[in-house]
Design a protein around this ligand. Sequence first.
Ligand SMILES: NC(=O)C1=CN([C@@H]2O[C@H](COP(=O)(O)OP(=O)(O)OC[C@H]3O[C@@H](n4cnc5c(N)ncnc54)[C@H](OP(=O)(O)O)[C@@H]3O)[C@@H](O)[C@H]2O)C=CC1
Ligand SMILES: O=CC(=O)O
Length: 313
Amino acid sequence: MDIIFYHPTFDANHWISLLQRQLPQARIREWRSGDNGPADYALVWHPPVEMLRGRTGLKAVFALGAGVDSILSKLKKDPDLLPAGVPLFRLEDTGMAEQMQEYAVSQVLHWFRRFDDYQALKLQAKWEPLADYEREDFTIGILGAGVLGGKVAESLVGWGFPVRCWSRSHKNYSGVKSFAGREELSAFANNTRVLINLLPNTPETVGIINSELVNQLADNAYVLNLARGVHLVEDDLLTALDSGKLKGAMLDVFSREPLPAESPLWRHPRVAITPHVAAVTRPAQAVEFISSTIIQLDKGQHPTGQVDLQRGY
Ligand SMILES: NC(=O)C1=CN([C@@H]2O[C@H](COP(=O)(O)OP(=O)(O)OC[C@H]3O[C@@H](n4cnc5c(N)ncnc54)[C@H](OP(=O)(O)O)[C@@H]3O)[C@@H](O)[C@H]2O)C=CC1
Ligand SMILES: O=CC(=O)O
């Protein structure tokens, strides 16, 4: 079995040695421009078109992340990016769910315990105990209830918050109220105090966090965007923060990354920012998932993780 690997920034030697341990029989190499040698599987992130063009003999391509929007948007512009008929797989969890849980739980607790207010008071040297928030007034609404959204929901249920989720199809997560489809989006938003986004970037989800949605949230609501910048209409967010509808926002992802220095988001006192680090690819866990998927494919089985190219996730 031949495997080719390409990532613009990852340490290819490290990945190849991890893969080799899991798949000792495989011949694994870093792909470089001009390499037209044999390949059964390709592991990629932002692959050059030349890498996969015409490789119809591939058994699968693996994206080295959870979101495949960058690959699918390039594919629209250049159909040679992925050989027709070859399945595309993405990383399912591989350590990202735990990171998303840490991020979401810590930020929800930060807002729930009013650390944002205490930080503002501290800057004025004011000693002022504030009234506690009640959990029943702190409904958490999670947009996207898949691999990552489902796990984040589970962890927030564990902290005793009322949790609801919104997805394409209804879910049956313990302690979580499920809403599905556009027709239930308003009911989902109504009374949501903390809106967490874990949707994939598809034509249906772009711009979903806009004035219309935000105005349906509870008053003094918060937005936590962990998925993709294009989901959020940044001007609508700033308007809602300035009008007082929203109390705060924490953003990990932006429509332009790195976020340009002139963006007003950097300077807004109630916006917190991290540089797209909510959940990073963990090589050892990713390699375990990819190797096990390869073994299942080689046995003619149907592993999970295949991207539906029509649906876009
Ligand atoms: N900031 C970061 O560091 C990272 C961000 N991400 C982002 O998180 C996203 C989610 O990842 P993951 O949980 O693995 O993805 P999944 O594919 O497992 O889950 C996606 C969820 O979104 C729902 N969904 C998709 N389209 C719609 C729609 N049109 N209407 C309603 N619901 C919809 C799906 O519904 P259904 O279940 O019914 O199909 C599913 O519940 C990734 O696509 C990526 O963009 C991922 C990793 C790191
Ligand atoms: O944003 C990261 C990903 O894996 O998707």
